[in-house]
Design a protein around this ligand. Structure first.
Ligand code: FAD
Length: 496
């Protein structure tokens, strides 16, 4: 029997993992990537001995990686050298107070109660509830497919409306556990990873802070790009072929059947199925014939973007932990600006990463590698922002935020700087609106309501990755790859 073939558009983490699954099932897999190397958003670069992860810096939900590596016939520990980061974050507040989020319960008790008397009991109750949110949401919403409306809207799922609290707003719901705004902020900022403000995110998303606290934040020696390297090794061992500098310009069809793709250089490739890992709204807008869905997708809610600064520094800043988060008293106004305007907030909440605290090889001896991430709104059509002014404002905001840590001279010690704006995210990875997390995860863009893993009309065109089901993040990319690969294998008649 002729070997069936699948063309995968994009070598992001989800595309690579899908290539590994499908090649293992005996399919002929060719991955076409526009850039010169794999990884997509999970990217990196090395300059003058400084290694920068330009996308993810936090490995969360390690058990999901364990399961997904096992599903590929290998193990996480065989492929990656992971260590737990504890404290996960060093949180800095405007009034100079600090909170180190740690698995050490005694330390948590002391720190929380120094901020709000008797708040440790609230913390334990929060963990209990968020544990329920995590386990139920993973089982019922994330780790499964929704092929039909009835898979989602049914009597069995009805109790989730009460147990997962999807209709309660996360931040207001925090009032059930804490009075102190700093503590409400400390366990809700993670909603940003879903592209949402805690003031509109469902309380279900307490699952994010839960998993960071309960399962930990981890770091692979060599940085997060090692996950890409490990998955690439698995896919290549299984026989998948990767072609770089190979942008796809069109998905070809004959009636309702996808026949293959056309590359930017005019070459046509044929296959039994096409799997698009590139950002789903981009695929509808740029690679498929015009249709109503493309316009509808443009009107959906997108996550915000970020300005990222990558600094090679000629001295070490031991004052900086690996993951430092600066939260502001203007917490709500911060999100309003980031979600609704393309501007840097006054006194922005921001994140600083110093990977050499976790792996000294990430910077040359006696020097430091520093990344600062300042959230900013996604691109808005018709607006032409003054990037120079925005970058300058964000840069100054980072320096100002570092001062309470005793860091006053960073500017003078920067050897080189690279900065990514929303435009960079858009150009590098074809992310619509430069939205770093793609379509956001509000209630109307979750589960069955999120664009699915198979095209509704072209049944041999599939989608995998952040803007499709189950959603954004590296662990989710791996789950998305497994679920979609299973469906392709089934549809091509290769099941069991
Ligand atoms: C700044 C930032 C920080 C993050 N932090 C974390 C974190 O700490 N932890 C975590 O778990 N997640 C994090 N994430 C989210 C995570 O990186 C993404 O959800 C995940 O990497 C998305 O993978 P993907 O495969 O879905 O898509 P992508 O990585 O976008 O892959 C799609 C690929 O398709 C390629 N492509 C696009 N168009 C074409 C075309 N026409 N032809 C060929 N190829 C094409 C792109 O170049 C890209 O390689 C972060 C993301 C960002 C941006």
């Amino acid at each position: 029997m002729k070997q069936k073939s699948v063309l995968i558009i994009g070598a992001g983490l989800a595309g690579i993992a899908a290539a590994a699954h499908l090649a293992k099932r005996g399919l002929h897999i060719t991955v076409l990537e526009k850039n010169a190397h794999p990884g997509g958003r999970c990217d990196h670069f090395v300059r003058e001995g400084h290694t920068f992860d330009t996308g993810p810096t936090l490995l969360i939900m390690p058990h999901v990686y364990e399961d997904e590596f096992a599903a590929l016939g290998t193990s996480l520990s065989e492929r990656l050298d992971l260590r737990r980061v504890d404290p996960t974050y060093h949180l800095m507040f405007d009034n100079g107070s600090r909170l180190n989020l740690t698995s050490d319960l005694k330390s948590m008790q002391d720190q929380l109660e120094a901020i709000e008397p008797d708040s440790f009991a609230g913390y334990l109750r929060y963990m209990q509830e968020s544990h329920r949110h995590y386990t139920q949401a993973m089982r019922c919403l994330v780790n499964r497919e929704f092929r039909h409306a009835g898979d989602f809207f049914n009597l069995r799922n009805l109790p989730l409306l009460f147990s997962l609290k999807p209709l309660a707003r996360h931040y207001s719901h925090m009032g059930a556990f804490f009075d102190e705004p700093r503590l409400k902020a400390a366990f809700t900022f993670q909603d940003m990873y879903m592209g949402l403000s805690p003031f509109e995110a469902p309380a279900t998303f307490s699952m994010m802070s839960y998993t960071e606290m309960a399962h930990g934040v981890w770091y692979p020696t060599g940085g997060l790009y090692q996950v890409v390297e490990a998955m690439m090794a698995i896919a290549c061992e299984a026989g998948a072929e990767f072609l770089y500098n190979c942008p796809v310009s069109q998905i070809n069809l004959n009636g309702q059947h996808i026949t293959g793709v056309t590359l930017q250089d005019g070459q046509c490739l044929e296959a039994d199925a096409v799997l698009a890992n590139a950002d789903l709204p981009y695929v509808y807008q740029e690679l498929l014939p015009p249709e109503k869905t493309a316009q509808q997708l443009l009107k959906k809610r997108y996550s915000c973007s970020v300005l990222s600064f990558f600094w090679g520094v000629d001295r070490v800043y031991p004052e900086l932990g690996p993951h430092t988060l600066f939260l502001g008293d203007n917490y709500q106004a911060n999100f309003e600006t980031v979600i609704h305007e393309m501007a840097v907030p006054e006194n922005p909440c921001l994140y600083v990463h110093a990977p050499a605290r976790l792996d000294p090889a990430m910077a040359p001896a006696g020097q430091d590698t520093i990344t600062a991430i300042v959230p900013i709104g996604h691109m808005i059509e018709g607006q032409d922002p003054d990037w120079k002014a925005i970058i300058k404002q964000a840069r100054q905001a980072v320096f100002k935020r570092l001062e309470p840590l005793g860091i006053h001279d960073l500017d003078a010690h920067i050897k080189f700087e690279t900065c990514f704006t929303p435009l960079s995210w858009h150009k590098r990875y074809n992310l619509v609106k430069g939205a770093t997390h793609g379509l956001c995860h509000n209630l109307t863009q979750l589960g069955y309501l999120r664009p699915g893993n198979r095209h509704a009309r072209y049944h041999n065109l599939y989608f995998v990755g952040a803007s499709t089901h189950p959603g954004t993040g590296m662990p989710t990319a791996l789950i998305s790859a497994r679920l979609t690969s299973q469906r392709i294998v089934e549809d091509l008649g290769l099941g069991l």
